[in-house]
Design a protein. Structure first.
Length: 416
């Protein structure tokens, strides 16, 4: 907990960093900073929003994150909410220097939220809307039973990521945009067209869809967003007059944030390295243009170079027995792998192909195959949930071992 004099110094630092950010061209929402204990910060982290409805999966995530914090395995220093005004929650045990870095970091995030094209359609009042959603779900629990509502939430959450982040074009039946012959907005389609849902159930699906559309731009820009915030915390804090001990503390904390992660991509590191590389070649103005127009997929496709891939020692590998073997280090293969992991937020690309299959009102969903097969356990868990929502048999087309395969669930057993 910060002492009174430290709180005053933090307030002065916030003012100074805000002024520096504006001088450097950042354009962010009005900021609201809150110091909170670990229990509050990790609760927001698990739920994704301070006002979201309660669900066992969020509680499970909270206990995992809090346990890792208690055992010193990981630590969240801050959380920032994409809203207007923009809310930043800071851990109350942070040192003054840590909070200086964090304030600079969240100013970068807020600038990105406000100016990146992927966030153009964001509902900036989602904090308040989620509070309304939570209240509605509480009322449904009282009216229809907590167990029944949670069971339905389980089913809705199982498919909540299958939305279409782009608005429907006119001329398509039901207001849904067709993509490659199918409707990508699976949860929205089911909410609107299932004949077996009660009105409270439809309302829950529409609420889950609205929440996912809010979160979606962050999924599509994780590398860019974290890279941009890291770039600015480095630049802004270095413009402060730091003591010798603060410089050492800053270096340690910064290296912990942006260091490469063995066996996986650290989005802070990759995004920062790419932005620095571009700045050296094209200047700071180019970074602001990229921040405005790109998503992770286009960012990687257009700006990851051979020299940068070699500098970061990027390669593909697989495990063979107890050893790991490099399988590729060509730029094209590295790009393709990164792009595939970022396409559609990293989720399987599913579309509704037919809502009256065999003339019996059965639902046919197609998995657009992009080189990665669906996990069998994912199918076994998810298809019964879709059937519960649709009310009739559901079928999923996909590719297994290079051949077309259809899984079906009729409410009793999985076939395929």
């Amino acid at each position: 907990m910060l002492l009174d004099n430290e709180m005053l110094l933090l307030e002065q630092s916030v003012e100074q960093l805000t002024a520096l950010a504006l001088e450097n061209g950042l354009d962010f929402f009005p900021m609201r900073y809150h110091l909170c204990p670990p229990e509050v910060l990790y609760s927001i982290g698990a739920y994704g929003m301070p006002t979201r409805f309660a669900h066992w999966s969020f509680g499970k995530a909270y206990h995992r994150m809090k346990s890792e914090y208690n055992h010193g395995l990981s630590k969240i220093y801050e959380l920032v909410i994409n809203s207007n005004p923009c809310y930043a929650f800071l851990l109350d045990s942070n040192t003054l220097l840590q909070n200086k870095l964090i304030v600079a970091h969240v100013l970068g995030h807020s600038d990105f939220f406000k100016n990146n094209a992927m966030f153009g359609g964001t509902d900036r009042s989602m904090v308040e809307r989620m509070a309304v959603f939570a209240d509605r779900i509480d009322r449904f629990s009282q009216e229809y039973g907590a167990h029944e509502v949670e069971r339905f939430l389980d089913a809705g959450i199982a498919i909540q990521e299958h939305v279409d982040p782009f608005p429907a074009r006119s001329g398509h039946a039901g207001g849904f945009r067709e993509s490659d012959g199918g409707v990508k907005d699976v949860i929205g389609f089911i909410a609107s067209h299932s004949r077996y849902l009660e009105e409270w159930q439809r309302e829950i699906l529409h609420m889950l869809r609205a929440e996912m559309l809010y979160f979606w731009p962050q999924m599509e820009t994780k590398i860019m967003n974290e890279g941009w915030a890291s770039y600015w915390h480095l630049k802004l804090v270095r413009e402060l007059e730091l003591t010798g001990s603060e410089i050492i503390e800053f270096s340690k904390m910064n290296s912990g944030v942006i260091q490469p992660s063995p066996g996986r991509i650290n989005p802070y590191y990759l995004g920062l390295m790419m932005l620095r590389h571009i700045e050296k070649k094209e200047g700071l103005a180019a970074l602001f243009e990229i921040r405005e127009m790109e998503s992770d997929v286009s960012f990687i496709r257009n700006y990851l170079t051979r020299g940068l891939a070699e500098e970061m020692d990027l390669f593909l590998y697989k495990q063979e027995g107890q050893a790991y073997k490099v399988t590729a280090n060509s730029l094209d293969e590295i790009k393709d792998n990164l792009i595939r992991s970022r396409t559609n937020g990293g989720f399987p690309y599913l579309t509704v192909k037919d809502d009256d299959l065999h003339g019996r009102g059965e639902l046919l969903i197609d998995n657009r195959f992009e080189g990665l097969e669906l996990d069998r356990k994912y199918v076994e868990r998810t298809l019964p949930m879709v059937q519960l929502l649709w009310g009739r048999s559901v079928h999923l087309q996909t590719i297994v071992n290079g051949k077309e395969k259809t899984y079906s669930y009729d409410g009793k057993q999985l076939a395929g």
